[in-house]
Write a protein that binds this ligand. Structure first.
Ligand code: ATP
Length: 243
């Protein structure tokens, strides 16, 4: 569904991404793990058309090259980004924020059904449709942000740190929603500090270090990789066995 190759990005002289390659199949949840500053957000923004890849990159979605398209046309192709920090409109209500997500042409057909499905996914939003988003908890605002992205009728959802700053309870709710979203056939590319939760939910994982690919594999295998356990799951390296 999505194929990325030779993706680099420079902020001035600073190279944030170097020759990144990744692929996502339909209905997959793919997680990206990497330290702070590794380039994860830049990778999502490059796919969403918010930062421009350096020449030579390939970003192919559903067989079409999208690397040169502006962000609004990438949304029309079916890729929706939920940015870090959510990007919701605090002074608008939940209903108005969700409505804003429905602006692409691809979202027009079936809009009412889509809204009903989103409100079943996040019943808290159904109870608060007329509430200004700035008065909601961080977790509820994250639900608004995900709901707004889903209103665009995407095929692929890009999520940047959806559990950042959420209580464990709300974080579990967000991850439960992601599992439901996947079971409806959507694909998800997930950047998450909570490595344990993302390894639990993901099908496959890519590791990124200093803007470069540093490993990939099925989430089930990555969970047992000693290096992943040490770097991302806080497990100490096993002591060497005595001679
Ligand atoms: N607008 C910008 N201008 C200059 N440098 C930037 C800009 N945005 C990001 N960077 C730098 O690019 C590198 C990658 O940043 P990015 O936000 O993609 O990393 P990240 O893996 O998402 O980090 P975090 O986990 O802390 O959110 C970092 O060194 C960062 O300081």
């Amino acid at each position: 569904m999505l194929e990325v190759a030779a993706l680099s990005h420079f902020y001035g002289k600073h190279q944030a991404l170097a020759d990144i390659a990744l692929a996502i199949g339909q209905g997959e949840i793919v997680a990206i793990l990497g330290a702070n500053g590794a380039g994860k957000s830049t990778l999502l923004k490059s796919i969403a058309g918010l930062v421009k890849p350096a020449p030579g990159a390939t970003i192919r979605f559903e067989g079409h090259h999208i690397g040169e398209l502006p962000a609004h046309l990438i949304v029309e192709r079916g890729i929706a980004l939920v940015p870090e920090g959510r990007g919701v409109f605090g002074d608008l209500t939940v209903a108005e924020n969700l409505q804003l997500g429905a602006h692409p042409a691809r979202a027009r057909a079936g809009e009412a059904d889509r809204l009903a499905r989103i409100l079943r996914l996040f019943p808290r939003l159904a109870e608060r449709m007329a509430q200004a988003v700035r008065t909601m908890s961080g977790g509820e605002q994250q639900m608004v942000a995900i709901g707004r992205a889903l209103m665009s009728n995407p095929l692929l959802l890009l999520l940047d740190e959806p559990s950042l700053g959420l209580s464990p309870l709300l974080s579990r709710e967000v991850f439960r929603a992601l599992a439901e979203i996947r079971s409806s056939g959507l694909s998800v590319l997930l950047v998450e500090q909570n490595a344990r939760a993302s390894l639990d939910i993901a099908d496959r994982v890519y590791l990124i270090e200093s803007g470069r690919n540093a490993g990939s594999g099925p989430a089930s295998a990555m969970k047992n990789d000693p290096e992943v356990q040490r770097a991302y799951l806080g497990k100490a390296r096993a002591a060497p066995s005595p001679p």
